[in-house]
Design a binder for this molecule. Structure first.
Ligand code: IMP
Ligand code: MG
Length: 179
């Protein structure tokens, strides 16, 4: 198994690029189907972790649409700090529109909840959520996740946009922490 070291920790490959891209394509196909009659949906990508997912997903979206970016941070090291901060606000109006949040991963759901609350103050018609990865064992909220790429165990992962203290975002594959 291919291993890498980032800072002080070792990771081994757990989801190869091919499987990730297949999950991305499946989400895109569902979105293309569901958004057919939606006028100019706006995708809201949650930085930094979602940049790769956003880029690959958007290439498959057929509908004329917009993409906007929000920057939040909740993780420090390998554990959720429990507090979520909105760092960069929304630059485009989502009033009366269908907004689709693009997340790299939903863990406890705290980030998602705060994000949805923030977005609702901008009076969209509806807010949907697409996440590439989901950790069902740690999810604590009741918010419905509309589109899920892959459900994964409660392990710390890096790669394909996800980081361990800012390293690992550039990796094409996803790696899991070796205890
Ligand atoms: P939540 O608020 O607990 O759902 O955490 C969501 C955010 O934490 C994600 O958007 C990621 O940025 C980060 N995160 C959660 N799990 C992992 C992981 O395993 N590796 C890297 N970042 C993670
Ligand atoms: Mg994130």
């Amino acid at each position: 198994m291919r291993q890498i070291t980032l800072h002080d920790k070792t990771f081994e490959i757990s989801i190869p690029e091919e499987k990730i891209l297949e999950a991305v394509k499946q989400i895109a196909e569902q979105l293309n189907n569901d958004l057919k009659d939606v006028d100019k949906p706006i995708f809201i990508s949650v930085l930094n972790g979602s940049f790769m997912f956003t880029a690959d997903l958007m290439k498959h979206i057929e509908q004329p649409c917009e993409v906007s970016f929000l920057k939040l941070s909740s993780y420090s090291g390998t554990e959720s700090s429990g507090t979520v901060k909105e760092l960069i606000g929304l630059t485009k109006s989502i009033k009366g529109r269908t907004a689709i949040i693009l997340e790299d991963i939903v863990d406890s759901g705290k980030t998602l909840e705060e994000l949805i609350n923030t977005l609702h103050t901008h009076k969209p018609k509806e807010v949907k959520l697409a996440t590439l990865l989901f950790k069902p064992d740690t999810y604590k909220k009741d918010i419905k996740l509309d589109y899920i790429g892959l459900s994964i165990p409660n392990d710390f992962i890096v790669g394909y946009g996800l980081d361990y203290d800012e390293l690992g975002r550039n990796l094409r594959d996803i790696y899991t922490l070796v205890e």
